[in-house]
Ligand binder design. Sequence first.
Ligand SMILES: Nc1ncnc2c1ncn2[C@@H]1O[C@H](COP(=O)(O)OP(=O)(O)OP(=O)(O)O)[C@@H](O)[C@H]1O
Ligand SMILES: CC(C)(CO)[C@@H](O)C(=O)NCCC(=O)O
Ligand SMILES: [K+]
Length: 257
Amino acid sequence: MLLAIDCGNTNTVFSIWDGARFLGTWRTSTEWQRTSDQYYVWLSTLMKFQGVEADITDVIISSTVPRVVFNLRVLADRYFDTRPIVVGKPDCLLPVDVRVDEGTAVGPDRLVNTVAGHDLYGGDLIIVDFGTATTFDVVDTDGAYIGGVIAPGVNLSLEALHNAAAALPHVDISKPQSVIGTNTVSCIQSGIFWGYVGLVREICARIKAERGREMRVIATGGLAPLFQQTVDLFDAYQDDLTMHGLTVIYNYNKDTA
Ligand SMILES: Nc1ncnc2c1ncn2[C@@H]1O[C@H](COP(=O)(O)OP(=O)(O)OP(=O)(O)O)[C@@H](O)[C@H]1O
Ligand SMILES: CC(C)(CO)[C@@H](O)C(=O)NCCC(=O)O
Ligand SMILES: [K+]
């Protein structure tokens, strides 16, 4: 069975894939100091707790944080006796082309999202991922990653306001009742919520105009549903897009090996 690990700048997600479905998904904060032993105790405890019995034979990793890969490799080696596939490394093959400026190290999460989007929805896509950063990945007709947009993430923007302005509290994102805030919290919520609605709309419109064609907008990441509730920003929402992409890349590498 496959252990797929999606390591973002804020959170790391582990999923077990039995070839047909995910048996379990668990989330921990990303910390490069965490050792392979710590990962294993955490993972095996949660698996036992949820009654997930899995004989893990393979591991695939996508990490936007280079430093964490070392201990995840040790985890794969020591506890599952396998050499992991690491997305972005030369020996990990991708089923899609990457057409960007030479020397660009595209974030592996964006490559994985591209592969997943192409597998599920075909081509001419804009994939919006609301993670630590809000990223837009542009997928060509043939599934190639051809670039995109990186904007600050929603929670990062909220934190930045709080950190930089002495009188502004930490605020959780939510949909404000109105655009005009009548207290500090609702003013901040309005700025972030409607600001991001505008950001997503404008960027998607400009990408479509630049490409001169219709494109489908696929959203992923924990905050996407909050936006979708209000305005029709996306054509589809796929909660486990990155995990799905990891299974596609795993199969592709197994088949071509
Ligand atoms: N209504 C909400 N308000 C605040 N946070 C939320 C809400 N809904 C989901 N979240 C948070 O959004 C995050 C979604 O996780 P996701 O994997 O999309 O990105 P991330 O873990 O923040 O970033 P990265 O993948 O870059 O580490 C989770 O941390 C979750 O707690
Ligand atoms: C943009 C993030 C942080 C989003 O997780 C990640 O994909 C990353 O570190 N990317 C590297 C730069 C690039 O994708 O062009
Ligand atoms: K993510």
